[in-house]
Design a protein around this ligand. Sequence first.
Ligand SMILES: O=C(O)c1ccccc1N[C@@H]1O[C@H](COP(=O)(O)O)[C@@H](O)[C@H]1O
Length: 215
Amino acid sequence: MTTPLTIKICGIKTFDILDAAIAAGADMVGFMHFQRSPRHVDLEEIGSLISQARGRIESCVVLVNPDNSCVAEIAALGPDWIQLHGPETIHRVETIRAEAGVNIIKALPIATAEDLELVAGFAEVADRILLDAKPPKGAERPGGLGQPFDWRLLEALDPEVQFMLSGGLTPDNVGEAVAAVRPYGLDVSSGVETAPGVKNAALIETFIRKARAAA
Ligand SMILES: O=C(O)c1ccccc1N[C@@H]1O[C@H](COP(=O)(O)O)[C@@H](O)[C@H]1O
């Protein structure tokens, strides 16, 4: 029996889109808390979105190299997951996980085969690994750039590692991605938007339908 694909729709800012992601069959929703993101939502809004999601779908707050007070403020809102999408070290991931008492997704930027060498160490301390495209030097943010990476690199990955795939996934390429990579899960943000930060319910529905059809 194959494991069902876990699909996360990330960068949600409104109740309408949260409801649309649930109706379309998503497994997780992500809320960005990073000022330089066009998907940034403040603490109060994140609290409301988490409350709206609770009991209906798993929620995840995406942070970039957060300090201890930020982690504590987010953990107090009760998300199911915190996603660390910055240059956090293995030790820092371990510390945040222990202090927040929340499941951790650690995102790792991938551009070359050497980048995959980091996966095993982080897989020991994080609850889930997410592999994303490495941003170009000087990028204004470390993710949410709609940029894919060479999925063939993942052929060298230990098959025991359960990972989520992200980076430039869209309704047009998600079927090919699932067939080629066979990931545990998928994470998408830009690919289901009509403009940076503007999610679209129809694109979310098409993305999930095509991903599930290929799984
Ligand atoms: O979405 C953002 O603005 C963002 C900012 C900072 C860190 C991560 C961010 N998003 C994450 O990036 C990946 C890939 O996104 P995309 O589908 O290529 O747009 C995804 O995990 C988002 O959660």
